[in-house]
Design a binder for this molecule. Structure first.
Ligand code: B12
Ligand code: SF4
Length: 446
């Protein structure tokens, strides 16, 4: 039996390449490749960079589905099903909104695949499979098998993606992690993580965890081991990281160069509404940021606009905050009602969803606001996000922030990352807006 793994792309504008900053190695596929029993043949198509062979001799098609890639995933699935292939779908969107995915596949996998895959494929072989399987949270896969995309490595950004754990102990209203993992957290074995990093041979590692110190004891032990590898690493954490000085010190010593922090909003009323008021209660935000900077760690500050108390002034205030702290990079994104999150349910109740299945709309493009904001119009919200991103990525401000980085951290590799990311994002602001989500990518690589 032969299996084809497919990572669907979001879409891209006609005659333009897929966004470079989205082209990271597909860790999900390496993990699934590891979990699939060795006896099966396999092939992988990365829809972001190559044509899918719809005439493949694979018997089973495994597609990973995120909300943004769902439309494209369904199109691919429908074509394979016409050819009588068995289509299996899994991933975030599948787990969170199975009813959306069900009509497009033969088997739906909800949750983690670790404890299921063997069973599913054995059932397929016996032609006695169920149409739905639910996996419990489990992250015990040993070391992911990247050999399936080794030939494509040059096309991806030169950063290794590694998981240390899954889930997050918080429950923010808008978050898909919270909808998937429901406030739980599980971590891997430290020896597997270290072995994996060594095998990737990369000097920059992105720990893709959403909250790397949900288990502090584990995190501290991990960082002591990572220190021996002499790598630089980046990750995503919550602002409370600044409260524990020992943790910060261990992070820095082990090579942590940058952390993405979801500040989301600096307005306490917004934070309360999104169930993230703990963020504001930690203490003075400015002091916490300074503590992190003082530890030599840079910040990728992530903000989301469009909450109920946001006006144009919120953008200005946020930019002031960014100017004050000269962040490494920022994201000024608009709020999105991801399906089955509490934000989605609230908007549904308040009749504010402009399109309940925005991700499937024909004319849905990246940057389109799919709900009614309270104090801004949809056009204003979209345009303000664009304008303020532009302001942040102005060349003059990039230089100012670089001078601040020189004082904070002198690692030359990090300075290369700084310029690479800032220039890339400087040029990508307008490129992102209007990307047709689910746009048929088939013809474009020929
Ligand atoms: C790394 C990452 C990125 C990277 C690269 C992503 C990539 N595809 O290569 C970058 C930074 C570029 C990125 C960008 C974006 N991302 Co992102 N990203 C992640 C992150 C942090 C890790 C993904 C990962 O590798 N996980 C590890 C793997 C092993 O876990 P997994 O995918 O869940 O797979 C397991 C199961 O779900 C299941 N499974 C998954 N697929 C399948 C398929 C089959 C057939 C089977 C059987 C099982 C199965 O089995 C696996 C093992 O148990 C996740 C959050 C997270 N922690 O997972 C967000 C996440 C996936 N991203 C998200 C979003 C929204 C985006 C953006 C749209 C953000 C934006 N506004 O621009 C873009 C879209 C880019 C794109 N799709 O091309 C959301 C998706 C939410 C949703 N409802 O779909 C997530 C969940 C983050 C969040 N906080 O909500 N992202
Ligand atoms: S802290 Fe981050 S990952 Fe955790 S629930 Fe909130 S937004 Fe999601």
């Amino acid at each position: 039996m032969k299996v084809a793994f497919i990572l669907p792309g979001i879409g891209k504008k006609h005659n333009e390449k897929y966004l470079k900053s989205w082209l990271m190695e597909p860790l999900t596929i390496a993990v699934l490749n590891k979990l699939l029993p060795k006896k099966y043949d396999r092939v992988f198509y990365d829809d972001r960079i190559e044509n899918i062979d719809f005439d493949t001799d694979a018997d089973v098609i495994c597609i990973t589905v995120e909300t943004y890639t769902a439309k494209r995933a369904y199109e691919i699935a429908d074509r394979f099903r016409k050819k009588k292939k068995i289509v299996v779908m899994g991933g975030y969107h599948t787990t969170i909104v199975p009813e959306d995915v069900r009509p497009h596949c033969d088997i739906i996998i909800r949750g983690n695949a670790e404890k299921l895959i063997k069973q599913v494929f054995s059932d397929i072989e016996k032609k006695k499979y169920k149409d739905e399987y639910t996996g419990e949270t489990c992250i015990d896969y040993g070391i992911p098998d990247r050999s399936i995309y080794q030939d494509k490595m040059k096309r991806y950004l030169p950063i290794a993606l590694v998981e240390t754990g899954r889930g997050c102990h918080h429950n923010c209203e808008f978050c898909s992690i919270s909808a998937y993992y429901k406030g739980t957290y599980h971590h891997r074995k430290i020896k597997d993580i270290i072995e994996e990093i060594k095998l990737t041979k990369r000097k920059i590692v992105f720990f893709v965890d959403d909250s790397i110190f949900s288990d502090k004891k584990f995190a501290k032990e991990l960082f002591k081991e990572v220190e021996k590898l002499k790598i630089i690493w980046v990750t995503q954490v919550t602002l409370d990281v600044a409260v524990d000085e020992e943790l910060l010190k261990l992070m820095r010593k082990s090579g942590c160069a940058m952390i993405l922090i979801g500040f989301e909003s600096i307005n306490p009323k917004n934070l309360k509404q999104m169930n993230k008021e703990w963020n504001a209660k930690l203490g003075q935000r400015d002091e916490l940021v300074e503590k992190i900077h003082k530890a030599g760690i840079s910040i990728y500050a992530s903000f989301v606009f469009g909450f109920d108390y946001d006006t144009e002034e919120s953008f200005e205030k946020n930019l002031e905050f960014c100017k004050k702290h000269k962040f490494f990079v920022t994201a000024f994104n608009h709020l999105l009602a991801f399906p089955n999150t509490n934000t989605y349910r609230r908007f549904e109740k308040e009749k504010r969803l402009l399109s309940p299945k925005w991700w499937l709309e024909d004319n849905y493009t990246y940057g389109t606001i799919s709900y009614k904001p309270k104090l801004l119009t949809t056009e204003e919200l979209s345009e303000l996000c664009r304008q303020y991103k532009k302001k942040f990525f102005r060349v003059g401000f990039i230089f100012k922030r670089w001078f601040a980085l020189i004082k904070r951290n002198r690692n030359p590799l990090l300075h290369c990352v700084f310029w690479y990311m800032n220039l890339l994002l400087h040029f990508e602001v307008d490129k992102r807006i209007g990307i047709p989500v689910g746009h048929n990518l088939d013809e474009e690589y020929k």
